[in-house]
Design a protein around this ligand. Sequence first.
Ligand code: C2E
Ligand code: MG
Ligand code: MG
Length: 252
Amino acid sequence: AIRERRALANDLKDAVAAGELDVFFQPQALVESREIFGYEALARWNHPHLGWVPPDTFIPIAEENGLIIQLGELVLRRACESAARWAVPHAIAVNVSAVQIGHTDLPGAVRSALADSGLSPDRLELEITETVLIDDPDRALSVLQQLKSIGVSVAMDDFGTGYSSLSSILSFSFDKIKIDRSFVKDLGDSADALAIIRAVSGLANSLGIATTAEGVETDGQLRKVHGEGCTEAQGFLFSQPAPAKEVPELLE
Ligand code: C2E
Ligand code: MG
Ligand code: MG
């Protein structure tokens, strides 16, 4: 297993160096009107022999060996370039790893990706997970503040799976909380999952923060998260993540 992982890490390094990673886009919609307002950029790796390797496999490897710094910048740049070409000025969300916050000049990378693509900062959102605030809160808060001052927005991703601490929500003025898809998946048969979605969106609403339900696959789930006050949704109900060239069709 170690040998396989090491081989994969080497192949990933070559792929990133050659710019062979793809970026796919998944729409995000308003719950109320079902209107698409933006997309999340998701890294995709088509390995020459193994085929598509899931991000849940290669992102942790990249975080472990530091490759996430190059990889993250590649995704950021590609996402901004694509979005700048869209006919409609929709928002674009990019995932950012704790390693990028802790060990790189992320505000500098964001400024240069915006300048080179010509994308307006108010169209870019960065998604971070709570671990960013746990590892080194002082540095994280200062970086997030710098990002805000550039004019980009910041979302908390996968909320509910980690510490889910109220202090991390209150420590920074997040623009959005994304409720992890595990709760949406369990909506059908778990009253607890519904209660958690209700509690998180209630809290977010009173703080003036938008909420996104992740992993919405059915009409029933969309109706339920709507009923609990979620403002936005993302999931296979609207579309699977798709290559950049399919974005105009998704919109139609
Ligand atoms: P995430 O940021 O929470 O992204 C959402 C994930 O949920 C994506 O998985 C997406 O394909 C999946 N998804 C969306 N709708 C549905 C649905 O209706 N049902 C189900 N079952 N799944 C749905 P993906 O693309 O496999 O990415 C997994 C994770 O890998 C992402 O979770 C994110 O944490 C990480 N990741 C992906 N790209 C990047 C990147 O460029 N940088 C960093 N740092 N992390 C990334
Ligand atoms: Mg995300
Ligand atoms: Mg997520």
